[in-house]
Design a protein around this ligand. Structure first.
Ligand code: FES
Ligand code: FES
Length: 159
């Protein structure tokens, strides 16, 4: 049976009819054009399908669309509008991705980490990003980008 759900996507109200069996990742990509959400493993292991749901990162390949009724989703498509471009810009500055497939997930996980811990250690950064896999970069540039983001936040806090 089709069900109507309402939710907020990147600051916009959305109403959608979904079947109970529809995966969230498919609804985001195929029906709403949110293509930053990538289909990697489909099993919750690679982080390519990461979204921010009510302030926490989740794997959209593991959720059904009906589960987002009444909730708030952010993806990197919404970052410019939501005033969150800075992390993307630092990733670009450090060439922290090559094919870019993993980048949206890494950026969302970085944002979540910095919201939780303002001055994370290298170990805490690695732990926070451990659920996101990259087959291109070797992670070095990603870690450098996050380290610069941490420095920027520290300087902003000190002002
Ligand atoms: S596609 Fe969802 S975690 Fe890999
Ligand atoms: S840049 Fe290609 S998978 Fe990470």
């Amino acid at each position: 049976m089709v069900r109507e759900i309402e939710f907020i996507l990147n600051g916009f109200n959305q109403t959608l009819s979904v079947k109970p069996s529809e995966k969230l990742i498919d609804v985001l990509r195929d029906r709403l054009g949110v293509t930053s959400v990538k289909y990697g493993c489909g099993k919750g292991e690679c982080g390519a399908c990461t979204i921010n749901l009510d302030g926490k990162t989740v794997r959209s390949c593991l959720m059904y669309a009906v589960e987002i009724d009444g909730r708030t989703i952010e993806t990197i498509e919404g970052f410019p509008r939501l005033g969150k471009r800075e992390i993307q810009d630092i990733y670009i500055k450090h060439n922290a991705f090559q094919c870019g497939f993993c980048a949206p997930g890494f950026i969302l996980s970085t944002e979540e980490l910095l919201n939780m811990i303002s001055d994370p250690s290298e170990e805490e950064i690695k732990e926070a990003l451990a659920g996101n896999l990259c087959r291109c970069t070797g992670y070095k540039n990603i870690l450098e980008a996050v380290a610069e983001m941490v420095d920027i936040r520290k300087r902003e806090k000190a002002l």
